[in-house]
Design a protein around this ligand. Structure first.
Ligand SMILES: Nc1ncnc2c1ncn2[C@@H]1O[C@H](COP(=O)(O)OP(=O)(O)OP(=O)(O)O)[C@@H](O)[C@H]1O
Length: 377
């Protein structure tokens, strides 16, 4: 099959770059098309730096050429991002020396398992050989001290470069700082916004985190002051949204995604994790009961054009493991370990893609999947 350049251009005239009105040929986005036998190379320049926009552009070009020109065409799409000058009110944080990637874990609704997922991803990253920290910024219900069995521990003071710093508490290979270390367990935490933000800033900048590949931030549920304050203080590499398949949770998850994608915030959304996707009783491991609805988060991810990073079942042992301070992902050779590994690999892959494809931020970045192949058994 000898592909013709004019056939390719004609096909590309039927699609637009996401967010633009004119078709991609007329708008000048397509800068070059080269054909050779059944191979075609398409060069395109887009203005939207979001990872989702790049992926969507590529997928649409591949699909259109395969559908309208030749189903077996071998296509290479080279995407260049020519982003307009950044808005002057863009929120940009200070980088923290030694911390390579900061991943915020959010949910719209409370109680959907955001902290459980954060703890398990952290443990899995550590098992893969990465240096990991968790900043538990959930001022309404800090749960990391319990989930890592360090409730009675307190961060010690250490001197780094002549300055007194907080030493994160460490367990299961994960360094942890939590609002919970500074409040009594039975004390209702009524933090006013500025107080909470100050405490979180101290845990970020006055802490001896050392070298970290990933700092995971367990955000409070919702989309409030704390979220803005954290995004102002830190160059967040990307955000992960946790939701159950239930409609009320999905509606709030959508707000969460919108908050990160807002122009003045512009934090890449790495993807959505569907938690409590189905219930499987221990005695009937092959049965699945969709008590919160089926594939809701999957459909939301499709609608919002963000990756679905994976799904987790509702199983008693996840809850029990969290309650005894030994996250379920620490198991070896179980389906749960495999599920957390798959989700964590997807998160790392999205971070790698984001760092390769998007304009640099102030944080240093991970650009390989090297750690993922070194899963310690
Ligand atoms: N997949 C799961 N299977 C079983 N239990 C789960 C699962 N995910 C979370 N849980 C349990 O659900 C409860 C709520 O989870 P978690 O505290 O992680 O939610 P959250 O979204 O962080 O809540 P919030 O931020 O509102 O405090 C916990 O008791 C946890 O053990």
């Amino acid at each position: 099959m000898n592909l013709k350049k004019q056939d390719i251009l004609k096909a590309l005239e039927t699609i637009t770059v996401p967010g633009e009105g004119q078709n991609m040929v007329e708008s000048g986005a397509i800068t070059n098309v080269v054909t050779f036998a059944d191979e075609v190379v398409v060069d395109i320049t887009i203005t939207n730096p979001a990872l989702q926009a790049r992926k969507k552009t590529e997928v649409e070009i591949l699909k259109t050429i395969h559908d309208l020109v030749y189903a077996k065409a071998k296509i290479k799409v080279n995407i260049t991002v020519n982003a307009p000058a950044k808005a002057t009110n863009e929120i940009k944080g200070k980088s923290i020396p030694g911390i390579k990637n900061i991943v915020a874990i959010a949910s719209g609704k409370g109680g959907v398992g955001k902290s459980t997922v954060t703890a398990n991803i952290a443990v899995t990253l550590s098992k893969m050989g990465f240096n990991v920290g968790i900043l538990d910024a959930d001022i309404y219900g800090p749960s990391m001290p319990i989930m890592f069995d360090v409730e009675t521990k307190r961060p010690l003071s250490v001197t780094v470069d002549g300055k007194s710093k907080m030493q994160p508490v460490e367990n299961h290979g994960v360094k942890i700082l939590s609002i919970g270390f500074f409040t009594k367990p039975d004390q209702a935490v009524v933090w006013r916004g500025p107080m909470a933000s100050k405490a979180i800033n101290q845990m970020i900048f006055d802490a001896a985190w050392g070298e970290l590949d990933f700092l995971l931030i367990d955000l409070p549920p919702g989309t409030g002051d704390i979220h803005l304050s954290i995004m102002q203080s830190l160059p967040i590499t990307g955000a992960v949204i946790v939701s159950t398949p239930q409609n009320v949770a999905l509606a709030d998850a959508k707000k969460g995604v919108a908050m990160f994608q807002q122009e003045s915030i512009n934090v890449p959304v790495l993807g959505i994790i569907e938690n409590m996707a189905y219930f499987t009783p221990a005695e009937l491991p092959d049965n699945k009961y969709y008590i919160f609805g089926k594939e809701g988060a999957k459909h939301l991810a499709e609608d919002l054009d963000v990756p679905l990073l994976g799904e987790l079942p509702l199983v008693q042992s996840i809850r029990e493991a969290g309650d005894v301070g030994r996250p379920a992902a620490m198991q070896t050779g179980t389906p749960l370990e495999a599920a957390f590994q798959s989700i964590t690999k997807n998160v790392v892959q999205e971070v790698v893609d984001r760092n390769t494809e998007l304009p640099p931020t102030e944080a240093i970045k991970i650009t390989t999947m090297a750690g993922c192949s070194a899963v310690k058994k």
